[in-house]
Design a protein around this ligand. Structure first.
Ligand code: AOF
Ligand code: ZN
Length: 351
């Protein structure tokens, strides 16, 4: 199943809004076929793995990271393919709560195939956390907040000059993460100080380029900014409710789409309604604080760089006051080193 999870990850950035799924066909203790859902609309993982196994699938065990689908969608049901292939047993990591696809394991059992569920369930659910969240909560996107901090937990030095804290390897990883999101967002403060491009410039190209979003209530994003200058090539949206009509008109003329909404809950809802299932937020301190305070952060990704910024530096969580609604306790989902930087992915404890 761990191998199936590795295969599933090959669909990173290519399967959304579908989940990433991997499958391994095992016969007499030997892997005879591997597959994964490589592209939205394309063959499902089981079908790819069964095709690779060919006749060797008869009597085999199939490990699959998501419950096989029972529906005729863009492709025929995976359960039918498994039944036709004559497999003996199907081992499933996690259930597919998608109402369209649901019912796979029951159909397999009815066909006399043994089914085991829950093997590596946690890892499989984590892999598709935004997909599973979208099925549970249509009111807002799944929010990943990514921050690069100094070893003393600051975002910027005392003089507020822009400087890179993390190294090359960590920055490449951020680009890989962007490819797995539907939209990448910053607050207007960060947009003004960093003039970011917010594109995916490293790693595999996502099937759909993530939309670039600026939380910019008063429409202060300059027409000369990188974001606005490239808005006709890469979708760029501004979320806000108090844009002066002249700047609104000029931004729209430059290709920017405006999402009028006031207050974070309504703004998140507007993004979800506009098709953003997974929102990656990259700062700055004010937007991060508002999202944390509202309890809207599902995953917190901290890249900690070995840089000491000292007194007067901008604390990453300086605007989050205790009791505001930010989860206090977090659990560690993953911890990895990128060069000299340490990446930790956290989730609110109990979520
Ligand atoms: C599987 N194996 O590899 C995947 C599954 O849009 P469609 O027709 O391709 O169907 C997508 C739905 O099927 C998706 O939302 C999810 O519920 C399930 N995905 N199921 O058996 C796979 N990718
Ligand atoms: Zn399927």
């Amino acid at each position: 199943m761990r191998r199936a999870l590795v295969l599933a990850r090959r669909g990173w950035g290519r399967t959304a809004p579908n989940p990433m799924v991997g499958a391994v066909v095992v016969r007499d203790g030997v892997v005879v076929g591997e597959g994964w859902h490589a592209e939205f609309g394309g063959p499902h993982a089981e079908v790819a793995a069964l095709a690779a196994a060919g006749e060797r699938a008869r009597g085999a065990d199939v490990f699959v990271t998501l419950e096989p689908c029972a529906h005729h969608g863009k492709t025929p049901p995976c359960v039918d393919a498994l039944i036709t292939a004559g497999v003996r047993r199907v081992i499933v990591a996690c259930a597919d709560p998608n109402p369209v696809a649901v019912g796979g394991t029951a159909k397999l059992r009815a066909a006399g195939i043994a089914v085991t569920e829950g093997v590596e369930r946690e890892a499989a659910e984590e892999l598709n956390a935004p997909f599973l969240f979208a099925l549970r909560d249509p009111a807002r996107p799944f929010v990943t907040l990514k921050l690069a901090v100094s070893l003393d937990g600051a975002l910027a030095p005392g003089d507020r000059t822009q400087r890179w804290l993390t190294g090359e390897a960590a920055r490449k990883q951020v680009h890989r993460q962007r490819a797995g999101a539907d939209a990448v967002a910053v607050g207007i403060g960060t947009a003004l100080s960093d003039d970011p491009a917010l594109t995916v410039r490293s790693g595999r190209r996502p099937r759909v380029a993530p939309v670039r979003v600026v939380f910019d209530p008063r429409g202060r994003l300059p027409l000369a900014s990188q974001l606005v200058r490239t808005a006709k090539r890469v979708p760029t949206w501004i979320v806000g409710d108090a844009l002066p009509p002249e700047s609104a008109a000029a931004l729209v003329k430059s290709g920017v789409r405006l999402l009028p909404a006031a207050g974070l809950p309504a703004q998140l809802r507007a993004l979800r309604e506009a098709g953003v299932g997974h929102l990656m937020v990259e700062g700055g301190a004010n937007l991060a604080g508002a999202l944390l305070g509202g309890g809207f952060v599902d995953r917190l990704v901290i890249f900690q760089a070995p840089v000491l910024l000292g007194a007067g530096a901008l604390p990453a969580f300086g605007v989050v006051s205790p009791g505001m609604g930010a989860p206090e306790q977090w659990r560690v989902i993953e911890r990895r080193e990128f060069g000299d930087d340490l990446m930790t992915i956290y989730a609110p404890a109990g979520r």
